[in-house]
Design a protein around this ligand. Sequence first.
Ligand code: DC
Length: 336
Amino acid sequence: MVVIRGATTIPKDSPEEIKKAVEELLEQIESCNHLIKDEFVSMVFSSTSDIHSYYPAKAAREAGYVACSLFSAMEPDIEGGLPLCIRVMIFVEKNISPRHIYLRGAKILRKDLTRICNIAIDGPAGSGKSTVAKRLAADLGILHLDTGAMYRACALKALEAGIDMNDERAIVDLMRDVSIDVEFKGGVQRTLLDGEDVSDKIRMPEVSMAASAVSKHPSVRMHLAEKQRAIANKMSCVLDGRDIGTFVLPDADFKFYLTATPEVRAHRRFEELRRKGIEVDFEKLKEEIVARDEQDMNREIAPLKLAKDATLVDTSEMTIDEVVAFLKAKMLQEEM
Ligand code: DC
């Protein structure tokens, strides 16, 4: 059994504000701790004495936490205490190192428990960054944000609309009416395009090249980079992409650049697609990877390149376990 702490504040005492704040707090606790609702055993809420319009526990029940025991209490009125504050203590049935979540005005309460840490992993297609980022995030108990998925979602929309990827105007118009969002369910990213879960569709090989093409447009990059920064500013994450260490988060706590020979990278992608039942021609895939490198490294805005302060890791001859272990050792060394 593990205990997770959290707190948030509301702008005014109303049932709507309480429901919204409780839902947001629990959603972040769930995603940052890679939990599913069934793993919540019990939640004890307390709220300051200036809150009387709704029970936070009831809001939690309504947010879908129906299998755990819930309880609300009122805190004593302490002078100088944070007003309109809701606190929670959650017991979960999972062996994890807990991430405590303090939101809104409550961010100031426990800085010691909540330091946000962002790890940037950049590199070309097939360098292993996505698999490594996923593993590292799970080991550290933080989120993995796959930024490539956002470019892929944008490309999918453009493909479906039959738009030429070089037509920036048409892409910008399209982006204006489209919503690209990510959601974390049990710590796993789902990518939503206009509310539809397109996490699997965006992995189709034709979307890869289109994503690379669409990503060269400055307006697309600015829009998506802003979304990525907003997520990274709210919670600790491992972000994988092409420009995280150079452009999205130049002040990330740790930066890595993974690479491997085109032969090895094409081989990895080939196997990955084959496992998903997608048959492709190896030579064609290799050519495509090289063409994509060329495109990603030579675009004008935020091209794929090694950040000055990033650690370069050639993964050609390394297993995933070895890369993850290397990154962790390097981070430990830098922390000291
Ligand atoms: O990592 P991936 O293969 O899913 O990325 C698909 C394309 O998206 C990639 O070729 C270039 C673009 N991309 C980008 O420009 N910047 C990022 N941070 C992530 C991806």
